[in-house]
Design a protein around this ligand. Structure first.
Ligand code: A3P
Length: 280
């Protein structure tokens, strides 16, 4: 990663930016024809909305439910696998745990055909932007060294990895009635993680005792996950568990930037059901 210049780190596939080192074009092509299964456990999130938090929760749920022996450390993102690893994934026993940052319209068709259950986590776009800004500057596979102001402009125009937050949100709003889709928010989970764990395990059909639910939520707090991040995510683990709070945007946004985002939010999401759910 050190040898790749910032300019070479991102590339465009079908109009959307992706980090070349993690998901080159051959990965995105391979994923398009991937075969889903009805009993896959699928996690979806726009980057920095709390994906890794839910990875921890779902892996613990699957271990407690007796569906998996131990928590795997391989990132579950289907667009990271590449053609060779996808072959292994095709042969893995059910239920498989998979994830993606892809826009709902770019998730392989097979997932919709098989009616695979999908958990989608969303987060207030202002905190998502701040989290993504820090991630760009700390993750060697992403361009770094930008000012907050220039990153703000890129995020607002969708010129960041996996595209525009607002395009993703508008896409998921259209699927609010899909019984195979469960949308949760970062903010609601911060407020009541135990209730979230209970609802998520019920949605996927895993029966857990109250003790198991309490145990999983206790092990999935920000501090608990940050402490085990070197074990779960390797030497760069700490960059996935930065601050873990609601409202950090207030320390970063100027009043003008806040107004600019409010305008876009109002234009694209106000009056939508997902918009109402977003704690904006
Ligand atoms: P911050 O950068 O605001 O701290 P993703 O996993 O989608 O990349 O999202 C990363 C964000 O989720 C980071 O936000 C990270 O700190 C936060 N996060 C990770 N685990 C968490 C947890 N258990 N509880 C709350 N937030 C968590």
């Amino acid at each position: 990663a050190e040898k790749t210049s910032d300019a070479e780190k991102m590339y465009t596939y079908k109009g959307v930016l992706y980090p070349r080192l993690m998901c080159p074009e051959e990965n995105l092509k391979a994923v398009e024809i991937m075969e889903a299964r009805e009993d896959d456990v699928m996690l979806v999130a726009y980057p920095k909305c709390g994906f890794n938090w839910m990875v921890g929760v779902l892996r613990k749920i699957m271990v407690e439910a007796g569906e998996q022996k131990s928590e795997s450390k391989t990132p579950p993102l289907i667009e990271f696998f590449g053609p060779d690893n996808l072959k292994a994934v095709n042969e893995a026993p059910s239920p498989r745990f998979l994830g993606t940052h892809l826009h709902p319209d770019n998730i392989p068709a097979s997932f919709y055909e098989k009616k695979t259950k999908m958990l989608v986590i969303f987060r207030n776009p202002k905190d998502t932007l701040v989290s993504y800004y820090h991630f760009y500057n700390n993750n060697p596979v992403l361009p770094s060294g930008q000012s907050f102001d220039s990153y703000f402009s890129q995020f607002m125009s969708g010129d960041v990895g996996w595209g525009s937050y607002f395009d993703h949100a508008v896409g998921w709003d259209k699927k609010m009635d899909d019984p195979n889709v469960m949308i949760v928010t970062y903010e609601d989970l911060k407020q009541n993680l135990t209730e979230g764990v209970r609802q998520i395990s019920t949605f996927f059909g895993f029966n857990l005792t109250e003790d198991q639910i309490q145990q999983i939520s206790g092990q999935s707090t920000f501090n608990a996950m940050k402490q085990s991040s070197a074990d779960t995510h390797g030497h760069l683990g700490n960059i996935f568990f930065r601050k873990g709070v609601v409202g950090d945007w207030k320390n970063n946004f100027t009043p003008e930037q806040s107004r600019e985002m409010d305008e876009v939010f109002n234009k694209r999401l106000a009056g939508t059901r997902l918009g109402a759910k977003l704690n904006y």
